[in-house]
Design a protein around this ligand. Sequence first.
Ligand SMILES: [Zn+2]
Length: 555
Amino acid sequence: MLKRVAAALLLATALAGTAPVVAQSPAPATAAPATPPKLIVAISVDQFSADLFGEYRQYYSGGLKRLTAEGAVFPRGYQSHAATETCPGHSTILTGSRPSRTGIIANNWFDLDAKREDKNIYCAEDETQPGSSSDKYEASPLHLKVPTLGGRMKAANPATRVVSVAGKDRAAIMMGGATADQVWWLGGPQGYVSYKGIATPPLVAKVNEVMAARLAQPNSGFELPPQCVAKDFPVQAGDRTVGTGRFARDAGDYKGFRISPEQDAMTLAFAAAAIESMQLGKQAQSDIISIGLSATDYVGHTYGTEGTESCIQVDRLDRELGAFFDRLDKDGIDYVVVLTADHGGHDLPERHRLNAMPMEQRVDMALTPKALNKTIADKAGLPGKKVIWSDGPAGDLYFDKGLTAAQRARVEAEALKYLRAHPQVQTVFTKAEIAATPSPSGPPESWSLIQEARASFYPARSGDLLLLLKPRVMSIPEQATMGSVATHGSPWDTDRRVPILFWRKGMQHFEQPLGVETVDILPTLAALIKLPVPQDQIDGRCLDLVAGNGDSCGK
Ligand SMILES: [Zn+2]
């Protein structure tokens, strides 16, 4: 406590030192307090690409308007690594560390030494539990190799309250970390759930009751905001038609609820209730809540990013965020907000083709795991054998452990030859090539692909090869029955670029269009609450949130 007061005084002194300069120019009408905020609100909007953020920016009227008009705006934030998926992305946001340090290289990776049939490992799975598999597992922060901001705050002061709520387990877990007090995610029609053995507190029971009541009501759909009208035309992708949805659903339709703005509204209501009932932001110390809003991602995968569906989703998100911030204001909480995304995204090829991108295509079925394995096995003279493990038509590839050294060398040579000649393949890196690359530094907008790959590289989990598709190739093949129509995960800027927005009451707005990284968020927030974080433990740097003179990084 004494330490905190001393630190606050130090900052006041530092600011006083700049007084003569400030006096020469008009001072801002209000100023952010020099004391640490009492609550950190860290929001990740899943698949909220910098493109999506920018496209609707002129229409924001709620929470996103507040953040962009009054806050520190970094429209060119980067999830700087190559594997732009949900789990790695969330692992960078509050750890200051890239996946090469967090260990979260993908949503799923392979452990070919695993003593079970399913060699695929889910990022938030506890595979030490008997019977665990990548799709039937007990959720766990086991794989996250570094502490989160909440974890560091708690280590410095055990009284700190650390709460994480999200639409997905991996979002809640990767942002909350191993020592969070409360970690909750949407587990199904029954509502929000936590780790096995955690009893449901009255607050969560109440939230789930409210959700059940809402689910039991049908939704007649959302009205089309004026900015969405031009997007209202059907697009055919395989057997699916998208582009004109309004999120109408029947009573009890959980899937319809989950893939709609209704989900985020529920998660934000939960977060607000948690803040209130746990009295977050009303303690001697600073507290932290992380909020994972997953609907934008579900909507993007299901309908693409440029139809009425995504347009309505962003509009509703803006409004719900506005209501959420208003509620915190009413409670008189001194809070700081950071809002970003775990990765970007891009639209389905079929609509791209209608919108001036005739070269957009879907990935060749020949690159999907089964087909690729057969091709390489045949070419290496090992027909019928399992030679290569992969989780999709791009990303990490692993050589089977049963191969002899000579067979493995043949498989590697044939795989490199075949893949590097494939017209949709940008490049294939070997594990040795990536390992030999130094950890990148400098502007994330000008990294090379192998530098991006290095930021995603964790030797014990990464593949023997990394396959990267060309831009304008959607990594979902054309199928008779289409599931998701669009996705992310590529090393290209559509999927790497995300907005990073900071806001605190009274701060002076500025915008910085140059590239920054999501790993910069932790040191930036840590500086605001005077929490020391050794630079050699993280990849990010503190961003000075004071426009003009003064420096929130305490330099
Ligand atoms: Zn996704």
